[in-house]
Design a protein around this ligand. Structure first.
Ligand SMILES: Nc1nc2c(ncn2[C@@H]2O[C@H](COP(=O)(O)OP(=O)(O)OP(=O)(O)O)[C@@H](O)[C@H]2O)c(=O)[nH]1
Ligand SMILES: [Mg+2]
Length: 598
């Protein structure tokens, strides 16, 4: 028999995932904007003496099933969801330890998370949930923020009137969890008897009336100041200049912190301390020959397989996710979306698409998954194309900087300038090529909040762990495969086969076929091997260009096939590779570029 399962539901951005993580011990993404969770995630949770399966359902304002997230929510409430829709991506996947088959029947109970700061719209959804007649417990979350604003909610009165248990909580401070568990435990055995009839259709007016009656208080000075700043940030003045400053600082911090981490700590540690020791040990025990070369030779996986992922790429992964975590939790990203809405409209997008795009600079997979929160299929495809074509993931960005920054800063600027140009062109072309209405911008703007240090530290730690298991280890394996291919002469044969393309068209040495072969597995590997070759600055730029546009790594192709279709994935493969070689070959012939790069 399958286990009892409990749904965690509520409007977007109320803290469902924070509650989920605490109750299950898992670590799914949480961020201060609507649409962080885009598909449900399930995990086991101990509720006092009972084990249940808890499901983090994507946030919805209503249950009218007008978009994918709402459809998932309604299906889950009816116990009609289709197995096999869970996240399975191998790189940045959300954690889950539950089989989707466990969720085939109606839920045993629902925890409806309600935002103490925004009671009215939360109540509206609560009433819709109650109309399903399932045992329901209300988690009144973020009461600390309401307290800051001098808002008081008579939750006991509200609970009496609704006939539903309510637990006030501050999920980020782990407050209220035991009370929540007690109420869920009670609700699992007790028949559900709501006080009112929710089948009627006056939910909005009741929500409005009730929230007015149970809420007292006036906004404090502190919160009014924050609100004023929040409003300033979305107006062209001073919002636009501030946006440029904020983004410039973010960019400088990512590059600056990453470079320092690499130069001062990680590179000396691995290159001077760890790797020489490993080489010495291997040379002492393994006789010279192919095996020794595979381990510690030119592409030895114990040399490059450690140096590349840990000393060259990891520093930027850490600095990127640190800065992104602060941006995510401050509530600034949706404001940036509103500010850029007009510009994005010109390429068929709307403000909210800035979030998947920015996530794509970390890794394309969460970027493409986050497009699920967008309004139209057309918009989703435009963003996915942009990410595949022109957005380098953070690992590849680290590789670009490691390869180019020491040679000439202007090449780094040229590569990122090229990526930006390609981004806009891809958007314009796709907007013209695809049919479909222009979406209307409806964007929820969360409160501006100072990011909490403990939340940031936890996020960076989770990202670090995920990078080690899903990023660095596959990179070590890929380098291992490369070293076997290299030592057995297969790489050289492939190089000869690809020589018309590599030598005659891209004007690179034959060995530059190595990154082209490895790049299919992972994006940064289309770049990193070039560091080891003796190339001119122009050749490095050509290599970087090919790497930028080249196939978007196996995991992304798989996600494209799942999220869109196999045809789309195939088209993206062809389009990216063709662009890579055409543009790369053209640049190889522009000798004046060498003069510009100095
Ligand atoms: N101050 C405060 N912040 C909270 C609390 N609970 C959650 N948050 C913050 O609220 C934001 C949203 O939290 P999430 O858990 O991502 O919200 P969600 O309901 O899962 O959102 P979606 O996945 O978009 O539907 C994050 O920035 C959290 O750190 C709380 O009790 N107090
Ligand atoms: Mg969530």
């Amino acid at each position: 028999m399958s286990k009892a399962h409990v749904l965690l539901m509520g409007p977007p951005n109320v803290g469902k995932s924070v509650i989920f993580n605490h109750l299950t011990g898992l670590s799914v993404s949480c961020a201060n904007y609507a649409g962080t969770t885009v598909e449900f995630v399930a995990g086991k949770a101990g509720i006092n003496d009972r084990d249940v399966v808890l499901v983090d359902v994507p946030g919805t304002y209503t249950l009218n099933a007008t978009n994918q997230a709402e459809q998932v929510a309604v299906d889950m409430l009816r116990g009609q969801h289709k197995p096999g829709t869970q996240s399975t991506c191998s790189h940045c996947r959300e954690e889950s330890d539950v089989c989707a088959e466990d969720l085939g029947s109606a839920p045993s109970a629902v925890i409806c998370v309600v935002d103490a700061n925004n009671l009215e719209s939360s109540l509206y959804l609560l009433f819709q949930v109650l109309s399903f007649g399932l045992p329901t417990v209300v988690a009144l979350n973020r009461v600390d923020l309401a307290r800051d604003k001098n808002i008081h909610i008579d939750w006991e009165g509200l609970s009496r009137r609704l006939g539903v248990p309510i637990v006030p909580m501050v999920a980020v401070e782990k407050q209220g969890f035991q009370e929540l568990k007690n109420e869920i435990r009670n609700s699992l055995d007790r028949p559900f008897e709501p006080r009112l009839d929710w089948s009627q259709d006056k939910h909005w007016s009741i929500a409005e009336k009730l929230s007015r009656e149970v809420t007292t208080g006036r906004p404090s000075q502190n919160s009014s100041r924050r609100r004023r700043w929040g409003e300033k940030l979305v107006q062209p003045w001073p919002g636009l200049p501030l946006a440029i400053i904020i983004l410039a600082i973010a960019f400088a911090l990512i590059i600056g912190i990453g470079m320092q981490l690499r130069q001062l700590i990680l590179l000396p540690f691995f290159r001077d301390l760890v790797i020489p020791q490993i080489v010495a040990v291997v040379q002492a025990f393994v006789p010279p020959g192919t095996i020794q070369n595979i381990m510690v030779g030119e592409y030895g996986f114990l040399v490059k397989g450690i140096e590349w992922p840990f000393a060259l790429v990891m520093p930027y992964v850490l600095s990127f996710y640190g800065v992104m975590a602060a941006l995510e939790d401050s509530g600034y990203l949706p404001r940036l979306g509103v500010l850029l809405d007009g510009l994005l409209n010109r390429i068929g997008l709307q403000g909210s698409s800035i979030i998947p795009l920015l996530l794509g600079y970390g890794c394309g997979i969460p970027g493409i998954l986050a497009t699920r929160a967008l309004a139209t299929g057309k918009e989703r495809l435009i963003i996915a194309t942009m990410i595949c074509m022109a957005v380098p993931c953070i690992s590849q960005t680290g590789a670009f900087i490691a390869m180019l920054a020491e040679r000439s800063v202007s090449v780094v600027v040229a590569v990122f300038g090229l990526s930006f140009l390609a981004l806009i062109l891809a958007g314009l072309i796709m907007d013209k090529a695809l049919k479909g209405p222009r979406p209307l911008t409806i964007m929820e703007i969360p409160e501006l909040l100072p990011p909490r240090r403990d939340v940031l530290a936890k996020k960076i730690w989770i990202r670090f762990k995920r990078y080690v298991t899903d990023g660095a280890l596959p990179m070590v394996v890929a380098v291992g495969i490369a070293s076997v291919l290299y030592e057995t002469g297969i790489m050289a044969a492939a190089g000869r086969f690809m020589s018309p393309l590599v030598e005659h068209w891209l004007l690179l040495p034959q060995e530059a076929s190595v990154p082209l072969i490895l790049g299919i597995m992972r994006r940064e590997l289309a770049v990193l091997p070039l560091i080891e070759m003796d190339l001119t600055t122009l050749q490095l730029f050509v290599g970087a260009t090919v790497g930028l546009f080249y196939v978007p790594c196996i995991a992304i192709v798989a996600i494209l096939a799942r999220e869109f279709s196999i045809k789309t994935a195939f088209f993206m493969l062809i389009a990216t590779s063709a662009t890579a070689f055409i543009v790369g070959g053209i640049f190889a012939r522009m000798e004046f570029l060498a003069w510009i790069f100095g």
